[in-house]
Ligand binder design. Sequence first.
Ligand code: F6R
Length: 262
Amino acid sequence: MEVIIRPTVDAAAGLVAELVAAGIRENPRLVIGFATGRTMERVYALLVKEHRERRLSFAQVTTFNLDEYTGLPKGSPDLYRSYMQERFFGQTDIEPANTFLPDGNARDLDAECADYEERITRAGGIDLQLLGIGAVGHIGFNEPLSALRSRTRVKALSPQTIAQNAGAFGGDATKVPRRAITMGVGTILDSRRVLLLATGADKAEIIAKAVEGPVTSMISASALQLHPRCTVVVDEAAAARLTQQEYYRWIFENEPEWKAYQ
Ligand code: F6R
């Protein structure tokens, strides 16, 4: 794992967008794992800008989102499918048939989860997985005690996650679905490269635990310490509780792979 600290929210999101764009330019058929949430909104806006102004094409890219709520009506604006459509799919040249999210309305949810895993395998696995981190340290909706080897499945949301996500439901926590389909921690760890983005002071404590604390199923993001190629990108506010900041800064300033991104 490596940690990159950028001065502002925009610089942190900008670096993630640049890394995604560079990945696509290198391999136009990249298989990307997408996340939703407030943190990622900036990244999608920057990728759309890159598409419009610098002709970055998503035409051959395949995407798999991490998660989707269960029980919301088809076409609901609160679905993660709608979030992606509004902020990214609908604004780029991506092929709709190559955009996958779990179907939270499938009649047989367990079969849908198994099928989602199979679709990822058939696509050749995920090359680049984008992640945010929740207040409880979840990645996707892998709530506390999610098995570190878990695969795509239905998960009950924790009270903290329901409270965190209430903002997207007009602040009304009772409207937040209680369950979601999510890729498992094991599914995420199988991706070839992981980029986790966390910004803002309210992420500082959980980032410190996930990055510098012990690997524990209580904080699923800590499992990323086991991943051979995981980069955690944070702004100064989210980095505030990390103890090894000096070392992380040295890496970004001196390691050749980061020269192009200074
Ligand atoms: C959403 C997802 C979640 C979010 C996390 C952070 O698809 O997988 O793990 O990335 O809850 O959400 P924000 O960015 O809203 O703080």
